[in-house]
Design a protein around this ligand. Sequence first.
Ligand SMILES: NC(=O)c1ccc[n+]([C@@H]2O[C@H](COP(=O)([O-])OP(=O)(O)OC[C@H]3O[C@@H](n4cnc5c(N)ncnc54)[C@H](OP(=O)(O)O)[C@@H]3O)[C@@H](O)[C@H]2O)c1
Length: 284
Amino acid sequence: MHELTYSTSDEFSLDSLLFHVVGVGKVSSSFARNLARKCPLVRFGYVVSRDIDKSRSLAHELGAEPKSYNDEFVLEGVVLFGYSDSVLVDAPKIVGEKIGSDVIAVHFSGFHPSTIFPKSWNPVSIHPNCAVASYDFDFTRKVFGIEGSEKGLKIAKLLLEKLDAQYFEIRTDAKKIYHLAAVLTSNFPVAFLYLARKLYRELGIDETLIRHILHSLLGSVASNVFEKELQEALTGPVKRGDWEVVEEEGKIFCEHFPEYATIYDTTVLVLKSLLDESRKDLER
Ligand SMILES: NC(=O)c1ccc[n+]([C@@H]2O[C@H](COP(=O)([O-])OP(=O)(O)OC[C@H]3O[C@@H](n4cnc5c(N)ncnc54)[C@H](OP(=O)(O)O)[C@@H]3O)[C@@H](O)[C@H]2O)c1
């Protein structure tokens, strides 16, 4: 059973560690900015980017030194890797020779385990369960899935407590399944929003209003999901058993999106399965 955790032993002091950012991405920049704000005594060493202007701008804010990969430097302390998933696996090749003898290497991937980094880097993965679409996203109270080496995990827990975030530990060998669940939750609904937007546009509704409508609908679903069981959070024709509506809208869906025709019926099937399963649970 995984539990959300807020506090652990304060064995390390963050103020005694040096932090580096390698790869100025949305998550690494946001994480470093959150850290700088919540722990003003934390010291940053280097900000490393392929683009020296990006390094300079973040380094200036953090009181760090900007670096590009051609510069001479050694990373000792906590290294926050902001690389995208496809690049993370090449981290030892890209920056391996600049990694010192006493590091804790943090990455933010939900898909890759910490073990894609060498053991000697004391790796840990800290995966934020949120859609980080800016370079200064607020991680307060957000839920992170973490796994990694003993030393890495200690630092990860301490960091997340300082950021007022929540975390739970996941099995290293279960990262891919764990990440699929996150993708289904946060990415796949956007596919349906895209189709819905096409329909709203066809009706001549203006872009600002469309955004408000999408936000109003999705926001209320998100709140209901937090407050209720999933089957109670569900509303709409399938939940009410309005099968004529389901059928007629299915035809309209196929007329508008013939290339995706099968997802309508499949989605209805999934929703029915949710309702059937919860009914059976109640009868037990
Ligand atoms: N965004 C989210 O919602 C989210 C949520 C949870 C987890 N994550 C995870 O967080 C990690 C970073 O995601 P992100 O959204 O922050 O990515 P991002 O904004 O696209 O940043 C990725 C960074 O990787 C560096 N990079 C890319 N290609 C490179 C190459 N060939 N060589 C060296 N560096 C390269 C770049 O840094 P420079 O330009 O500075 O070189 C780039 O800014 C990923 O593992 C992702 O799965 C993201």
